[in-house]
Ligand binder design. Structure first.
Ligand SMILES: Nc1ncnc2c1ncn2[C@@H]1O[C@H](COP(=O)(O)OP(=O)(O)OP(=O)(O)O)[C@@H](O)[C@H]1O
Ligand SMILES: [Mg+2]
Length: 267
């Protein structure tokens, strides 16, 4: 597809749950994902999509095989090192937003920045505010999740996932709970994130959305049954709109806003 570096690699990735009956959730999957690629994972319910995604995002460990993140063979890392790679190189978005209900939108985005501890307090606030603003949420900073719409909550969780500028964003049915307009907006955001150089791996049941990815892999019984290339991939960088959004249309599913630059001190 292109010669961008491979940032995520699965090598003979196997996840098996042993019990009275042995379940093979992920069955020796080989996969290379490049910088800036938008990869969609589809497949029937129970086929192993989430299991694969959790392995790729280091939320789970394989029975055998390897996940290589930015050149790091993660099976060789200590738990602490794995946690660090997870924090700094992988961002997660789930179907259910998993925002902390007692925290505001801003505080939820600050959490991973605080855990990473690379920025000063004012830089963290600036970064979180900027991220939320560019996702159209400047006027929602101090609201708690229950005071936000589903689409707004999901955008907060995308902002949280992007907080530490991860190389890889993984999302498990991020639009599964959203209406059509919010689905379009969230998907456009993910597309934009990939177009700006971060790698996006998204599980979706929506084949219309999956068709807009650079590549779609269809999982059946824990294996890649089919790979389709396509989607819109700009040959040149997308021109950034002149000004960040917000008031213009906080909830309009129009063109996605430009994403903020990488944080100064995260590396
Ligand atoms: N801890 C577990 N023990 C046994 N089986 C499991 C476990 N976790 C998942 N499974 C099984 O593994 C298979 C794959 O599950 P997974 O959640 O990855 O599917 P999925 O493709 O994401 O499905 P969905 O589209 O419904 O989210 C399913 O059959 C599931 O029941
Ligand atoms: Mg799933």
């Amino acid at each position: 597809m292109n010669d961008a570096p491979i940032v995520l690699q699965a090598i003979k990735l196997l996840k098996r749950i042993e019990g009275a009956i042995t379940h093979t959730l992920v069955n020796e999957i080989d996969l290379d994902v490049r910088k800036g690629e938008f990869l969609a994972i589809t497949g029937p319910s129970g086929s192993g999509k989430s299991s694969l995604l959790y392995l790729l995002g280091l939320l789970d460990s394989p029975t055998s095989g390897e996940v290589v993140v930015c050149g790091l063979e993660t099976s060789k890392l200590s738990e602490t090192e794995r946690a660090d790679v997870r924090l700094t190189k992988c961002g997660f978005v789930f179907q259910f937003h998993f925002l902390l209900p007692e925290f505001t939108a801003l505080e939820n985005v600050l959490l991973p920045l605080r855990t990473n501890g690379k920025l000063s307090r004012s830089e963290m606030t600036e970064r979180a505010t900027h991220l939320l603003s560019t996702l159209g949420l400047a006027s929602q900073l101090h609201k708690r999740p229950f005071q936000l719409s589903g689409g707004q909550r999901q955008r907060v969780s995308i902002a949280r996932a992007l907080a530490n500028s991860p190389e890889i964003l993984v999302a498990d049915e991020p639009t599964g709970n959203l209406d059509a307009a919010s689905t379009e907006q969230v998907f456009a955001l993910l597309r934009d994130i990939a177009d700006q150089g971060q790698t996006v791996v998204v599980v979706t049941h929506d084949s219309g959305l999956a068709a807009r990815a650079d590549r779609r892999i269809n999982i059946v019984d824990g294996k890649i049954a089919e790979t389709t290339f396509g989607g819109r991939r700009a040959a040149t960088p997308q021109p950034a709109p002149a000004a960040p959004v917000e008031a213009a249309a906080a909830d309009a599913p129009a063109a996605p806003p430009p994403l903020p630059p990488q944080p100064k001190a995260a590396e």
